[in-house]
Design a protein around this ligand. Structure first.
Ligand SMILES: [Zn+2]
Length: 297
């Protein structure tokens, strides 16, 4: 009897592992939670918005802890295992230190985001340094951070928010410099995901890992043209699911109950129509605030 039980459990173990459910939730801008039954990973949490007083540099721009705590409570995110910020502009890094403090997540940092995290001087904010191409195991997920470049923000001949975050970071709006920019190759027994908040594809970098992914999650702001998205990762890596991010306006206050306000000129629905036409065999999923999207069953 005992032998039969062992045989049955051995036979079912690989199957049950392969069928672990993986879901993603989008929380405006580039904020995403990726999870299976045992692990939650937060990418680019951003609920705090910058207002005119921050743009004018007359007020500190810090994470709004009360707001972050309310989102965490509402969406049952009290325990998060890990978190990443794809670069140190405020719309990607602003709430990461406080999410680490409130959820126990390890914030995987580079030199710039480490300076932002340490500026809070709170021992509850846990950080660990990442290295390019060095995989990080978190539960059943393996996350490989890969360096990429970020388009320059230029106006009137001036480049803004460029270079590493300085050691004298002091929560000024213009202190949130870009730092290094990362994207992620995520492996899980149920499938693999490419997560890149940049719109220009870095195909050579990802091809050194794989020629095929199951899911592409990609930022579409500032894309050079629609083809970068239509023919980029989705053309080359043949995912069965594509999910766009970073299409909504983050200049206004955070109000998930209101209609989505789009970034000026982002033309997300035109892009998605083109995607559907070019890839009729793929699921093109337009994310809705905090709604669970099942990636693998
Ligand atoms: Zn940026």
């Amino acid at each position: 009897m005992f032998k039969i039980l062992i045989l049955i459990s051995c036979a079912f173990l690989p199957l049950s592992q392969a069928l672990a459910k993986v879901e993603v939730r989008w929380f405006t801008v580039a904020s995403l939670v990726l999870e299976d039954e045992e692990t939650k990973i937060f990418f680019d949490p951003m609920f705090t918005r910058a207002g005119i007083q921050h743009w004018l540099n007359i007020s500190d721009l810090r994470s709004d802890e009360t707001l972050v705590a309310s989102v965490i409570k509402e969406h049952k995110l009290e325990k998060v295992n890990a978190l990443f910020a794809s670069h140190s502009h405020y719309d990607h890094v602003i709430d990461a230190p406080i999410v680490s403090k409130l959820t126990g997540a390890t914030f995987y940092v580079d030199g710039s985001s480490e300076i932002v995290a340490k500026a809070y001087k709170d021992p509850k904010i846990k950080t660990e340094r990442i290295e390019s191409l060095k995989p990080i195991k978190i539960g059943k997920f393996t996350i490989t951070p890969i360096l990429r470049t970020h388009a320059h923000i230029r106006s009137l001949g001036i480049t803004y928010l460029y270079g590493p975050v300085r050691e004298d970071f002091d929560f000024g709006f213009y202190d949130y410099r870009m730092g290094e920019t990362w994207f992620y190759y995520v492996e899980h027994p149920s499938g693999n995901i490419l997560l890149d908040q940049g719109s220009e594809p870095f195909l050579n970098s990802i091809h050194s890992f794989t020629n095929k992914v199951d899911v592409v999650i990609q930022g579409v702001a500032n894309r050079p043209d629609d083809e970068a998205i239509v023919n980029g990762y989705t053309g080359a890596l043949k995912p069965s699911i594509f999910i766009p991010t970073h299409f909504d306006n983050f200049v206004f206050g955070f109000n998930p109950k209101s209609e989505v306000s789009y970034l000026p000129g982002v033309k997300i629905h035109e892009l998605l129509e083109k995607m559907k036409k070019a890839h009729p065999d793929k699921k093109i999923i337009f994310p809705k605030y905090a709604e669970k999207i099942e990636l693998f069953k």
